[in-house]
Design a protein around this ligand. Structure first.
Ligand code: FES
Ligand code: FES
Length: 289
């Protein structure tokens, strides 16, 4: 089988793995502007153009791209010139973290003028987890919210985010886009039974799994943690207190209310009133638990 796909104007003949989706295939070829989001066709972070039509690449089997043209966010700018939609997203600050931005731009750049009148419908397949939809709508409608960066006047101005160009061109790298050479993957195995007591773990079986490098059990990590008693720090209460309430003599600052005529209180509250209207250390000591 010969497999040929045109990605951003370059021809690739690497064959996808059986069952591989187009999104993973593209990322394996290091087109990291194609994001891995929900993996279920809901979020649109993986949107690319397949022969000019935006698709959720996580839902397209990679072999279906054979003989077709794929455009990712990295291929949207031509001859060093940003696509007008990339430029518009920069000028409207149409992103926050920027994770959805590549997919959002790929969809937005394919919209006709008529589509743009019904954005809530046509952008249904692209979700922004930062929920910056107002700025995204502004970007698509060509509204600019970025101020010019003038020397001495930038304080308080809405300036272009330093990462703006990297975000709209798909060059910015997120954690999932980084690769560490020789990196191993850790898989945590938890008991599927609530409150179960583990009596034994047979690590020999785990090590037989192809590619396993090590099996780490709690017993292996015994020196890594210690059981410590829970301690609480109790802050001593100062013996000399000042009170900031204006009605209190102990503030030492005089009382603004003391010059006013005190309101008559019902007799039965008088005793309690005498003991609580003045702040004294006695009333500020917390109850014993
Ligand atoms: S990752 Fe493809 S739609 Fe979310
Ligand atoms: S800007 Fe963060 S997800 Fe859309």
């Amino acid at each position: 089988m010969s497999y040929l796909v045109n990605i951003n104007g370059k021809t690739f003949s690497e064959e996808p793995r059986p069952g591989q989706c187009l999104r993973t295939f593209l990322r394996d070829l290091r087109w990291f502007g194609v994001k891995k989001g929900c993996d279920a066709g809901d979020c649109g972070a993986c949107t690319v153009w397949l022969d000019g039509t935006p698709v959720h690449s996580c839902l397209i089997p990679a072999f279906r791209a054979d003989g077709h043209e794929v455009t990712t966010i990295e291929g949207l700018a031509r001859n060093g010139e940003l696509h007008p939609m990339q430029h518009a997203f920069m000028q409207a600050a149409g992103f926050q973290c920027g994770f959805c931005t590549a997919g959002m731009i790929m969809t937005a750049a394919s919209l006709s003028e008529e589509d743009q009148r019904d954005l809530s419908h046509v952008l249904k397949g692209n979700l922004c987890r930062c929920t910056g939809y107002h700025a995204i709508e502004n970007a698509i409608k060509g509204v600019t919210s970025i101020d010019e960066d003038r020397p001495g006047e930038s304080c308080g101005a809405d300036l272009l985010a330093p990462a703006a160009e990297a975000i709209v061109t798909g060059k910015v790298r997120y954690t999932l886009d980084t690769e560490v050479e020789g990196l191993l993957h850790l898989k945590l195995l938890r008991s599927p039974h609530a409150h179960a007591r583990i009596k034994a773990i047979r690590k020999e079986a785990a090590l037989k799994v192809d590619g396993s490098a090590a099996c780490i059990r709690g017993r292996t990590c015994r020196g890594c943690y210690t059981r410590r008693p829970l301690t609480t720090t109790i802050t001593p209460i100062p013996t000399t207190l000042t009170c900031s309430t204006t009605s209190c003599d102990s503030s030492g600052s005089g009382s603004s209310r003391s010059s006013r005529t005190p309101k008559a209180r019902p007799k039965k509250d008088a005793a309690r009133s005498r003991s609580t209207t003045k702040c004294s250390p006695r009333f500020l000591i917390p109850k014993k638990r």
